[in-house]
Ligand binder design. Structure first.
Ligand SMILES: [Zn+2]
Length: 230
């Protein structure tokens, strides 16, 4: 009995250390580089924005933690301010909701890791899953964000597919079709529309293929105004 209690305590202690290491990275090179380039931790503008970077967990399409110490969402200043505005608009309309960020500024080094992790696919197919390093992603300029809406109890709203779902069911451009043939429910579409509405009111642009992805700027403008995050 004593032995099992001791084991249990050890387990709790180990979990605690693992959690604190992940949630308190000091210092993290990726984050330091973004700070040096003028990017901003979105939580410094609005601590109520929830952040869970999926690439800093193993719950992502490569099933690997590719971010390591990077656990905060950094964006360029203007997109970060726009995100805080979107969260304020959301909370005003639905006080028990908040934005939950899955990804923001993404170092180019990691873009290459994501690209190479899909080497089993030919390049033209890989490009439907992740932007090619030769093209660069707007995330690499700190001007794009992946996110959903969560309740203030930490339950994400049902958007009909998980984040990074590779298939047409994730396409905003096909929602009406999937609603008609009952592959998406009215509530799922209502939830997606709410996310798009608050993001667009704050100046973000949705894309056709991923309900979770929003650009603060067109790729050409992001390239012209900002440097890539290495
Ligand atoms: Zn994205």
């Amino acid at each position: 009995m004593k032995h099992s209690i001791a084991l249990c305590l050890l387990h709790i202690l180990t979990m605690g250390i693992a959690f604190s290491q992940k949630s308190n990275p000091v210092p993290c090179d990726y984050e330091q580089k973004m700070i040096q380039q003028g990017l901003i931790n979105v939580k410094s503008l609005d601590p109520s924005i929830a952040v869970l970077l999926k690439y800093s967990t193993i719950d992502n399409f490569v099933n690997k933690d590719v971010y390591g110490c990077m656990t905060a969402c950094y964006l360029q200043k203007k997109p970060a301010q726009m995100l805080a505005r979107a969260n304020a608009i959301l909370k005003k309309k639905h006080p028990h909701y908040r934005l939950l960020v899955y990804d923001g500024g993404r170092p180019f080094t990691i873009q290459k890791i994501l690209w190479n992790s899909l080497s089993q696919y030919p390049p033209h197919q890989r490009e439907t899953y992740v932007a090619s390093p030769s093209q660069k992603s707007i995330h690499n300029y700190g001007c794009a964000v992946d996110l959903t809406i969560t309740t203030n109890r930490g339950v994400p709203l049902d958007m009909g597919t998980p984040f990074d779902f590779f298939g047409k069911l994730a396409y905003p451009s096909h929602e009406e079709h999937f609603l008609k043939n009952k592959q998406l429910t009215t509530q799922q579409v209502v939830n997606r529309r709410l996310l798009r509405s608050v993001m667009q009111q704050a100046g973000f642009m949705p894309i056709k293929y991923e309900w979770w992805h929003f650009n603060a700027l067109a790729r050409s403008d992001a390239k012209r105004i900002y440097q890539i995050i290495e």
